[in-house]
Design a protein around this ligand. Structure first.
Ligand code: SF4
Length: 431
């Protein structure tokens, strides 16, 4: 029998979520005594330049609605678990819990909060002897509810139910998913084999274009998608932002292993007509044809410096550093050609010939280019990830007159981009 997916227009709380769960029979296998684990998407927390929450984090509003539905069902053993990326020391999952109102939920409903980064690990093996270390609480529960956001992603096109499960991994495994050999999407497509969500709910109150962390553009979309089948939920979610199953590699890997269909016609869609909710969103940032920098470099006439496009080996720790480099180079541009320097990030980029100096950002880049004969002079920025200050100093060392305040100004702009905008109420992210 084909899996059922519900698509419901978000109109009010908690009724819209309740309807989406009912339409897909989402609590069919739930019993009141179950240990329920809710995994929202609280990707990272930044106390310096706050991440505008719309389309980035699961709305606290819907998380509270889910708790209300579970309590009404009789569940009293409810935990919320997440393993947020720690962009800075002490700025991890509990900073996100605090900032998004989860401490209030904890008091109000007597739920538990767990930081997967602090959990013990369970080891799982996939595809030969590849290992995934998953937080114990993410696998030791009776009813796992996967609660992602409707968003695009600069490496994987979309980030829905499958990608949200990456937050259940221990840090070493998170980073290892970005290893050049197995590939990011192949690796994380396996997490669902071990975590096995009982229900996936996609929060589409906001949908994010060109998404990740501080950047991207959120649209008010007002849909909630739910299914007991993770692939079914993700297929329909992807479709609403313009992506077919065949466009998404991690869907293909999972569907092949589990002999499942990627055609949405093979699923039983209940509720709204999906065609009324399709709004294609872009996922990618364009780069120059010769891969020397983001398209804006060409537009402004930036020459000399080369900043090849990030690839899927760039993990979340170094991803802000890649963006920092782009903005710093722009800050150094005064209309004249810049020094012949190449700046590399991630785990597999290889310095190209023709540059006087090559900046290697992070321990992975230093290792990947240690025997690269194309490099005239390597400027190594150590760290995992390297610090902002070390990146700035390295840029100055290679002759770029960078201004870190330009970066701070850009980040402040990103933080405040929805301030006062109709429909983007901060109350969605408080309890
Ligand atoms: S150096 Fe950067 S890319 Fe490499 S593991 Fe550390 S954070 Fe990830």
């Amino acid at each position: 029998m084909s899996a059922t997916v519900s698509i419901v227009k978000y109109a009010s709380s908690p009724d819209s979520l309740k309807k989406s769960i009912e339409l897909c029979d989402g609590f069919k296998n739930l019993t009141p005594s179950d240990r329920v684990m809710i995994k929202p998407n609280l990707v990272a927390w930044d106390d310096q330049f706050s991440i505008a929450p719309f389309g980035v984090y699961t709305t606290t509003r819907l998380v509270e609605d889910l708790i209300i539905c579970l309590k009404d069902f009789g569940c009293n053993n409810i935990t919320i678990g997440e393993g947020s990326v720690q962009l800075k020391k002490d700025m991890g999952t509990f900073a996100a819990f605090e900032g998004l109102g989860y401490k209030t939920l904890e008091k109000k409903y007597g739920i538990n909060l767990v930081d997967f980064n602090e959990s013990k690990a369970e080891e799982f093996t996939y595809h030969g002897d590849n290992k995934l270390f998953i937080a114990k609480e993410a696998v030791e529960n009776d009813y796992f509810i996967n609660f992602p956001v409707l968003k695009t992603h600069g490496q994987t096109r979309i980030s829905l139910g499958f990608k949200n499960l990456k937050g259940c991994l221990k840090l070493k495994s998170k980073r290892n998913c970005h290893n050049p050999e197995s590939g990011l999407e192949f690796s994380f497509s396996h997490i669902a084999d071990f975590v096995k969500p009982s229900l996936t709910i996609i929060d589409g109150i906001f949908a994010l274009e060109k998404g990740a962390l501080h950047y991207g553009k959120a649209y008010r979309k007002d849909v909630v998608i739910a299914s007991r089948d993770i692939l079914a939920a993700d297929l329909i979610g992807a479709q609403t932002i313009g992506y077919a199953g065949k466009d998404i590699d991690h869907f293909k890997y999972f569907a092949k292993r589990h002999n499942k269909s990627l055609a949405i016609d093979d699923y039983d869609i209940k509720g709204e007509n999906i065609n009324d909710h399709i709004q294609p969103l872009k996922w990618d940032w364009t780069w120059t044809k010769d891969n020397t920098g983001p398209a804006i470099f060409e537009k402004l006439g930036v020459t000399g410096v080369a900043l090849p496009k990030y690839d899927d080996t760039l993990c979340s720790g170094c991803s802000p550093i890649a963006n920092l480099s782009n903005i710093l180079v722009l800050s150094a541009f005064k209309g004249q050609p810049l020094p012949h320097v190449e700046i590399l990030n991630g785990k597999k980029m290889q310095g190209r010939p023709g540059y006087d100096k090559t900046v290697l950002l992070g321990n992975c880049m230093i290792k990947a280019n240690k025997d690269n004969e194309n490099i005239n002079e390597a400027v190594k920025v150590k760290g995992c990830p390297p610090s902002e200050n070390d990146v700035v100093e390295a840029m100055k060392d290679v002759g770029l007159d960078v201004n870190v305040l330009a970066y701070h100004g850009y980040m402040k702009q990103q933080s405040e981009k929805y301030n006062g905008k109709e429909g983007y109420a901060p109350e969605f992210f408080s309890a």
